[in-house]
Design a protein around this ligand. Structure first.
Ligand code: PSU
Ligand code: MN
Length: 300
């Protein structure tokens, strides 16, 4: 892969010296959280990664350039500008060749991380199989990307704006291991449980790193989904969140929201509806994932 990437000095040095690096996505900044909490959180995530001995590499497209590691001004631009595309895999060649700004989803961030040689990626929640997908066919490219690209994804599970059961089935079909850190329950982003047991459980970053190395040594390509439950003090109980989510889904339906607009619309609606409670959970779980991701990268 020879396409030129723009590395921050910090990431370039870490790559050269083979030090642990954690990739971070930017859709969560531009389309997943409101300004200015989005940029504050992104910076805090980066400092947590550093405090655990790894180097943060936030990935985004600016004026068509693919950046791995952002400076302060670039982070502000992403978090505060209206004309930032949400870039999944299919959007990448358009946004790059048209020299536009793009915030990368899980799928696009993983692909760029892989091009850069980064093995561990931290986010909040992945995209998955939407409720009603049997009619709409709305299944995130995050899942197919996870079946192909050798980058581990640390998330807080799958949000119940999606169909969690179908998403777990789809992950199984694609051969993607799902490992929950320190819990038997598969988490649902805002909540520590989802009504589903986790397929696999590991309790230390070292054990997770060992499993990653083993998977790739075996020639089994693709990701591992590492689910890290939201800290208990910031969790929104599953049943309570479920009723908010039903209301958000109804609103999206009535407004005819479709395709790539669906996830950002629902996230914004929920943040308003819960009066910031969901946003506080969201911030807490991202910081928690940064901690675990940095420790896994260091162990790897
Ligand atoms: N799920 C979340 N929070 C998010 C996203 C998903 O709980 O911010 C973002 C991620 O960037 C993910 C993208 O890759 O939404 C998935 O969008 P879609 O469903 O359109 O593939
Ligand atoms: Mn979709």
């Amino acid at each position: 892969m020879t396409y030129p990437l723009q590395f921050s000095a910090e990431v370039a040095a870490a790559l050269k010296e083979n030090r642990p690096i954690v990739a971070l996505e930017s859709t969560i900044i531009a389309h997943g959280m409101p300004w200015p909490k989005n940029v504050e959180t992104a910076r805090e995530v980066e400092s947590i990664v550093r405090s655990r001995g790894a180097v943060p590499a936030t990935i985004a497209i600016l004026n068509g350039n693919i950046h791995v590691g952002l400076d302060d001004a670039q982070m502000d631009l992403l978090g505060n500008s209206k004309d930032v595309w949400k870039v999944s895999l299919r959007d990448m060649p358009y946004v790059v060749s048209q020299k536009l700004h793009g915030a990368t989803t899980v799928a696009a961030t993983m692909r760029i991380a892989s091009m850069a040689g980064i093995k561990v990626f931290v986010t909040g929640g992945i995209g998955g199989v939407h409720r009603g997908a049997e009619k709409t066919m709305d299944i995130s490219a995050d899942l197919t990307e996870m079946s192909m690209t050798n980058v581990a994804v640390v998330s807080a599970g799958v949000k119940s704006i999606l169909d969690i059961g179908l998403t777990l089935e789809y992950l199984e079909t694609l051969g993607i291991p799902v490992v929950t850190f320190n819990s038997d329950d598969f988490p649902s982003f805002y909540s520590r449980k989802s009504g589903f047991k986790t397929p696999l459980r590991l309790d230390t970053p070292k054990a997770i790193a060992d499993m990653l190395k083993t998977k790739w040594d075996l020639g089994l390509n693709g990701s591992v989904m590492i689910a890290n439950p939201v800290p208990a003090d910031k969790e929104v109980p599953f049943e309570k969140m479920e009723s908010y989510i039903r209301e958000a889904l109804n609103a999206a339906d009535e407004k005819g929201i479709k395709g790539k607009e669906t996830t950002p619309y629902l996230l914004k609606y929920l943040a308003n509806l819960t009066g910031g409670e969901s946003l506080a959970a969201n911030i807490s779980l991202v910081l928690n994932n940064a901690r675990l991701g940095a420790e896994i990268a260091a162990a790897l």
